[in-house]
Design a protein around this ligand. Structure first.
Ligand SMILES: NC(=O)c1ccc[n+]([C@@H]2O[C@H](COP(=O)([O-])OP(=O)(O)OC[C@H]3O[C@@H](n4cnc5c(N)ncnc54)[C@H](OP(=O)(O)O)[C@@H]3O)[C@@H](O)[C@H]2O)c1
Length: 280
């Protein structure tokens, strides 16, 4: 039988906890959890999330680690902070992620590398380092909740590297889930569609370059709903969830659509968007 995860009395490490979905994971876990390790680069924003979650549960133990997990040194800092914890966390939420709007050819090399280091390398290496200690034995299931994206299902011109990193996250999660199915570890991938957070603002390039996001409003889902459905899916031991009815329907459509047809539609949309963005 597939394991399921108990949110009650869990202790979770949440990456990207200073805003958006990560902060919402902290809020929704606060009433159930015994402890949270919140990590992101901005210490002041983490402090605000800490105050908020402790007002929801004054008994909650909250540890902050302000570091850049895209770097080896930042991840080492996070691992050092968690090493001393007793009991050791039994849930890892790999949530931190970033995008970069605009074509690949015009992208900044450091920004592209940073995106891969955060969305892929940090997620994989933290999971590898923490996994042996997340497992507390047969009685207490462990969990790994990876934040992927609906974008994982599509090639996305104008967001090509980001969408490819999320394909990686979904694929990695599904394989890891099988490897760990006898080890009492639940691995769940959550694949949100467009969600109002700081993501879009951070993905826009310093020169203002944006991508064509028309139509996204039709399938936008609130962060509260995304996180609630992600935690429900983890609790039920599900492999993957696309939060929100509209996003679930879109995922079914993308799965059923012949790849050739999908490429044609995407190309048409990209060319139309490029014409609109072209200088007159
Ligand atoms: N919003 C959407 O439409 C959407 C859709 C699908 C999937 N997602 C995924 O959802 C996840 C959360 O994103 P969000 O929407 O909540 O965006 P967000 O509000 O921009 O949050 C991103 C979080 O990641 C942290 N972060 C960024 N770079 C980091 C680094 N180098 N080291 C450590 N932490 C870092 C940020 O904190 P600091 O700046 O303080 O470091 C922030 O807490 C991402 O994986 C994203 O790909 C988002």
């Amino acid at each position: 039988m597939r394991p399921s995860f108990r949110l009650h009395h869990c202790t979770a490490i949440i990456t990207g906890a200073s805003s958006g979905l990560g902060a919402e994971f902290a809020r929704q876990l606060a009433p159930h959890a015994d402890g949270l390790v919140l990590t992101a680069r901005r210490a002041d924003a983490l402090e605000r999330v800490k105050d908020e979650v402790q007002s929801l549960n004054p008994d909650l133990k909250v540890i902050l680690c302000a570091c850049d997990i895209a770097s080896d040194a930042g991840r080492a800092q996070l691992l050092e902070v968690t090493t001393a914890l007793e009991p050791f966390p039994n849930l890892l939420i790999n949530n931190a992620g970033a995008g970069d709007y605009g074509t690949f050819a015009t992208s900044d090399e450091a920004r592209t590398r940073g995106q891969i280091d955060l969305n892929i390398t940090a997620l994989v290496m933290l999971t590898h380092a923490l996994l042996p200690r997340l497992q507390r034995g047969a009685g207490t299931p462990a969990g790994v909740l990876n934040v992927s994206s609906l974008a994982a299902m599509l090639p996305m011109p104008g967001l090509a590297v980001y969408a490819a990193t999320k394909s990686f996250v979904t694929s990695f999660s599904e394989a890891l889930r099988v490897e760990l199915s006898d080890a009492n570890v639940v691995v769940t991938a959550v694949c949100p569609g467009p969600t109002p957070t700081n993501f879009g603002r951070n993905a826009r390039r310093p020169d203002g370059t944006d991508t064509d996001r028309s139509g996204q409003g039709l399938i936008r889902v609130r962060p509260q709903t995304v996180v609630r459905q992600a935690l429900d899916a983890l609790s039920q031991g599900r492999a993957c969830v696309h939060p929100g009815v509209s996003v679930t329907l879109a995922s079914v459509l993308f799965r059923l659509m012949p790849r050739r047809m999908m490429r044609l539609l995407i190309e048409k949309r990209f060319r139309a968007g490029s014409r609109e963005r072209a200088p007159i």
